[in-house]
Design a protein around this ligand. Structure first.
Ligand SMILES: [Zn+2]
Length: 135
């Protein structure tokens, strides 16, 4: 998978064009180094989409993880842009809840961003659904 293909895939996931459960299985099949790179990419996108403290509860609900999962505890412990780095650095066995949470946080922030864009923007990642047709 090229970096561009992966970027499209992760944006489709954020926009609900792919299911989080399917993509979690895809994530689990990747090598540990690739999983780290995917987490870092999602954290970057969430930051770029201006994920904020107001997004934390919705992200944890959308992720379907337990409030006591370390990724969720970390996200609540401070401002997202600081906590994202700590979530990316979680040990291998905590990478799946980290993936689900970062994908959900990116999705929640991007929902707001897309509402602001209102179809008038030139962000390539906001033109995916028109390119693909209905999911
Ligand atoms: Zn846009």
């Amino acid at each position: 998978m090229t970096p561009d293909e992966r970027a499209i895939r992760l944006n489709e996931l954020a926009q609900g064009l792919r299911s989080l459960d399917d993509e979690t299985r895809w994530f689990e099949r990747q090598d540990p180094a690739v999983r780290r790179a995917i987490l870092a990419e999602l954290a970057f996108y969430a930051w770029q989409a201006r994920a904020a403290e107001q997004d934390r509860d919705a992200a944890i609900r959308r992720a379907g993880i337990k409030p006591g999962d370390t990724a969720a505890v970390l996200l609540r412990a401070g401002v997202p842009h600081v906590q994202l780095r700590k979530i990316c650095a979680l040990p291998d066995y905590q990478q799946v809840p980290a993936f689900r949470l970062l994908a959900a946080l990116f999705g929640v922030a991007d929902d707001r961003r897309r509402a602001q864009c209102a179809g008038q923007c030139t962000h390539p990642w906001h033109q995916l659904s028109s390119r693909r047709g209905p999911a």
